[in-house]
Design a protein around this ligand. Structure first.
Ligand SMILES: [Zn+2]
Length: 261
C-alpha cells in the first residue's frame, strides 16, 4: 500500500490510497478540487472512489468536481450522512467491508465530531500494515471538536480506533499536530513522550513535511484524549480522581477549546 498526503485549503489533508499490486487507487476526503485533481494526475492515477470521512465542507467540498474530472464512480460515506455528502452513492456503517485491489477495507462509525463520522481501516495483507483514515475524530495528539456528538460518543469512538492495534498508522484530516502537542504538554508536563513527539513534529514542519502519520502506540503515549485516566492530566484540569472516562474526556475537550497556547 502506498499513501500520498495532499495538502488542501489551509491545513487539510486529502489522501490517495494506492494498491501497489493492482494499481487501483481511491481518494480520502476531496477537500477541494484543484490540488486533489492535480495530485492524482501527477501520480498517473485514476481513483475509482472517494471515501468521505464526514460531511463538513472542508472534507467534501471537492467531491463533485473531482468525480467529474477524474471519472470517479463512487462516493462513500456513513449511512446517516445521506443528503449531507455531495455525490454520495454508497451508505456505510460499522463492519462494512470492501476491497481496493489486494487491500482490505473495513469501516467503523465514529460519532463525536459529527454524528455521521466514519473511519476507513485499510489492511494490506501482503505487508501486514494497517492505515486508519480518521477524519476529524482522532488527530495526531488530539481529537476533533464536539460539534454534534457527546463526550461519551467521542470516547467510545477513540477507543474503537485505538483497538485496531498499536502499529496501525493514523492519517487524520488536518495538520494540527504542533498545536495539539502544546496542549498535551500543558496538561501533562512531565510526559517525556510528548517532548519527543514535539521534537519530531517541529523537525518535520521545519522541512515543510506533514507530521502524518503517527502510530496508535504513539497516540496512546501522547494524546490527552486517549489518556483520560492520567493522574497528571486530571490534577492539572481539576478532574476528580473518580470521574468516569467520558466525563474526563469532556473536561479535557472543554479545556482544549479554551486553550491559547
Ligand atoms: Zn470536520
Amino acid at each position: 500500500m502506498r499513501i500520498l498526503a495532499i495538502p488542501c485549503l489551509t491545513d487539510n489533508y486529502a489522501y490517495l490510497v494506492v494498491c501497489e499490486t493492482s494499481g487501483l487507487s481511491a481518494l480520502v476526503d476531496a477537500s477541494e478540487a484543484g490540488p486533489v485533481i492535480d495530485a492524482a494526475r501527477a501520480a498517473g492515477l485514476a481513483p475509482r472512489a472517494i471515501w468521505s470521512t464526514h460531511h463538513h465542507h472542508d472534507h467534501v467540498g471537492g467531491n463533485e468536481e473531482v468525480a467529474r474530472a477524474l471519472g470517479v464512480a463512487d462516493v462513500l460515506g456513513h449511512v446517516s450522512d445521506r443528503g449531507r455528502i455531495p455525490g454520495q452513492t454508497r451508505f456505510l456503517d460499522t463492519g462494512d467491508t470492501f476491497t481496493l485491489g489486494a487491500l482490505e477495507i473495513r469501516t467503523q462509525h465514529i460519532p463525536g465530531h459529527t454524528l455521521g463520522a466514519i473511519a476507513y481501516i485499510v489492511r494490506d495483507p501482503a505487508t501486514g500494515e494497517t492505515a486508519l483514515f480518521t477524519g476529524d475524530t482522532l488527530f495526531c495528539a488530539g481529537c476533533g471538536r464536539l460539534f454534534e456528538g457527546t463526550p461519551a460518543q467521542m470516547h467510545a469512538s477513540l477507543q474503537s480506533l485505538a483497538a485496531v492495534g498499536p502499529a496501525a498508522r493514523v492519517y487524520c484530516g488536518h495538520e494540527y499536530t504542533e498545536g495539539n502537542l502544546r496542549f498535551a504538554k500543558h496538561v501533562e508536563p512531565t510526559n517525556a513522550a510528548v517532548d519527543a513527539a514535539m521534537a519530531r513534529a517541529h523537525a518535520l514542519r521545519a522541512n515543510g513535511e506533514p507530521t502524518i502519520a503517527t502510530r496508535i502506540e504513539d497516540e496512546l503515549a501522547t494524546n490527552p484524549f486517549l489518556r483520560v485516566r492520567s493522574a497528571e492530566i486530571r490534577r492539572t484540569l481539576g478532574i476528580a480522581e473518580g470521574a468516569d472516562d467520558a466525563t474526563a474526556l469532556g473536561a479535557i475537550r472543554s479545556a482544549k477549546d479554551g486553550f491559547r497556547g
